[in-house]
Design a protein around this ligand. Structure first.
Ligand code: GLC
Ligand code: CA
Length: 560
């Protein structure tokens, strides 16, 4: 099958299924609910859905602990419901991408059960080591979710590695049989008609031989340099490519710590090992490495990160653009302003939707959902959230510890989708599995549908425009006002068109002067959040105001 690179023109929508829409009233989002909402998804003009894991799972990490890679969880409606959604999506011209979680499985996966009993061929499917004794782990690596990265198993009499939760043992990718399993899983879904994979922490799958200790100086994540971009990663990804290159699909690799230069090792060249990479740098506008190590939001830092990626991948690779996902809390509460919720939501949307690359919108982002602030840690669900609370900064006063949770918890991105102002926000006829953000009476899809100035309709229009304008796909990227801490101004330029995007990140009015060579009066204002006035060579932006201008420099060929 010929690979068409369709993803370059696509906009993705991410669904975290448990909180999207409950179709059968048991309080848990499911595929019946997704099916009901396919027409809604189509109205966003998106081309593809990425589903966070739908597989059977004990949900220690909500689906990222997989028990069976070739089935769909009964909670979500099983295989039948999935096929219905797949067909329904395809009928509407929407592709479907699955989450492929192969760095680890659930400890309840039959492979792990057999492995801990020492049964062939599963004995070496995981990473087992003796350690000096039961209490002494084989090395000093930290788990990213729960204490140390090793757990002693009574049955086997050895320790197993888990970079994430205790219930997420790492697969031994050095075992060729394990790699054959991965290929089998890929083929299974691609043959079923799925259009690609988002590959979970894929840059962690190859661990350094001998599993040496990590630097003792690190306060957390010890050992990461020995498994991030490990020694055989390229080899293994290239093996996987042998499978997926036979299909017209997309592969998107999740890659913590990746830089533009590093990314090109994977997505550049003639035979890339992945089509796209999810970098975390665009999440570092208000933190180091992770939301739990915060600093004040710096627009300049964020702008330089965006610029580095736009320029770094230009003509060599392709960007994956996003502002939120199920791991990163709501962006209005972080980079924007809850006080200017709609305005800052629009500024954020225009800031990334007109960059070069493939953008993704996370469920609820399009209506401007915000973070939750639950009173006690006991009300939170997410394993990473709880681990942080109980493991780090434990000497701080309670109020400060909770503040950390409020700004960083993944649960803020996982509250039920707010469909309307009715009971449980229209998410479920029953009691939802997790709290609904109390702002659902003001922030919901139904209210925004009919309002031409709503954030939802702004997203629709922005996505529609980006698909209509070739300059967004092909144009070069240039920033103005690079070091201005209040404005993000960027240009996309092709032979015939220039697009000028102007976004304020300030709660105060800010004066904007058009760059040299720009006569705003000659531009077409394609999208705007406030007024249209221009005075002289510029205008004064209201708080979080956004404008997108198009300048037609030459007539497009067809018109000549
Ligand atoms: C990825 C997922 C995250 C999950 C982790 C372990 O980072 O996005 O949700 O917890 O991997 O699978
Ligand atoms: Ca349900």
């Amino acid at each position: 099958m010929e690979r068409t690179l369709w993803y370059k023109d696509a906009v993705f929508y991410q669904i975290w299924p448990r909180s999207f829409k409950d179709g059968n009233g048991d309080g848990i989002g499911d595929l019946m609910g997704v099916y009901e909402k396919l027409d809604y998804i189509k109205t966003l003009h998106v081309d593809a859905i990425w589903f966070s894991p739908l597989y059977p799972s004990p949900n220690a990490d909500y689906g990222y602990d997989v028990m069976d890679y070739m089935d769909i969880s009964i909670e979500y409606g099983g295989m039948e419901a999935f096929k219905k959604v797949l067909d329904g999506a395809h009928e509407r011209g929407i592709r479907v991408v699955m989450d492929l979680v192969v760095n680890h499985t659930s400890d309840e996966h039959p492979w792990f059960q057999a492995s801990r009993r020492g049964e062939e061929p599963y004995k070496d499917y995981y990473i087992w080591r003796k350690g000096a004794d039961e209490k002494t782990p084989p090395n000093n690596w930290d788990s990213l979710f729960e204490g140390r990265a090793w757990r002693y198993d009574e049955e086997r009499g050895e320790h197993y590695l888990h970079l994430f939760a205790v219930k997420q043992p790492d697969l031994n990718m050095d075992n060729p049989r394990v790699r054959e399993e991965v290929k089998k899983i890929m083929r299974f879904w691609l043959d079923l008609g799925v259009d690609g994979f988002r590959e979970d922490v894929i840059t962690f799958i190859s661990k350094r031989e001998g599993l040496p200790d990590g630097s003792k100086l690190l306060p957390a994540a010890k050992g990461m340099s020995h498994y991030s971009n490990g020694p055989h990663l390229h080899e293994y990804l290239s093996e996987f490519r042998d499978i997926w290159e036979q299909y017209d699909c997309v592969t998107i690799g999740e890659a913590p710590l990746v830089t533009p230069r590093k990314a090109l090792e994977f997505i550049g060249g003639k035979r890339p090992e992945l089509d796209l990479m999810i970098s975390f740098e665009c999440m570092e506008g208000d933190c180091f490495m992770q939301e739990y190590i915060p600093h004040r939001f710096s627009l300049v830092k964020l702008k330089l990160i965006w610029e580095r990626w736009q320029k770094g991948l230009r003509d060599k690779g392709w960007n994956f653009l996003y502002l939120e996902n199920h791991d990163h809390p709501r962006v209005i509460s972080r980079y924007g302003s809850e006080k200017y919720r709609v305005e800052s939501g629009k500024a954020l949307a225009a800031s990334y939707l007109f960059q070069q690359g493939t953008p993704m919108i996370y469920q609820g982002q399009e209506i401007g959902m915000t973070n939750i602030r639950l009173a006690t840690i006991g009300e939170y669900e997410d394993i990473q959230t709880k681990n942080h609370y109980h493991r780090y900064f434990t000497r701080e006063p309670e109020a400060k510890r909770m503040e950390r949770i409020w700004r960083a918890s993944r649960d803020s991105a996982r509250t039920p989708m707010q469909w309307d102002g009715g009971e449980h926000a229209g998410f479920s006829a029953g009691e939802p599995w997790f709290v609904v953000n109390p702002n659902y009476t003001e922030v919901n899809v139904a209210d925004q549908e009919g309002d031409p100035d709503s954030l939802l309709n702004f997203y629709r229009e922005a996505v529609r425009l980006r698909k209509e304008l070739p300059v967004v796909r092909y144009g070069s990227f240039r920033q103005y006002e690079r070091l201005n801490g209040k404005l993000f101004v960027y240009e996309r330029r092709s032979k015939a068109q220039r697009l000028l995007v102007i976004c304020s990140y300030s709660e105060e009015a800010v004066r904007f002067r058009a760059p040299r060579g720009y006569d705003l009066k000659k531009g077409r204002l394609l999208l705007h959040s406030h007024g249209e006035e221009i005075d002289g060579s510029g205008f004064t932006l209201q708080p979080y105001e956004t404008r997108v201008y198009l300048f037609q420099d030459r007539r497009p060929r067809a018109e000549i």
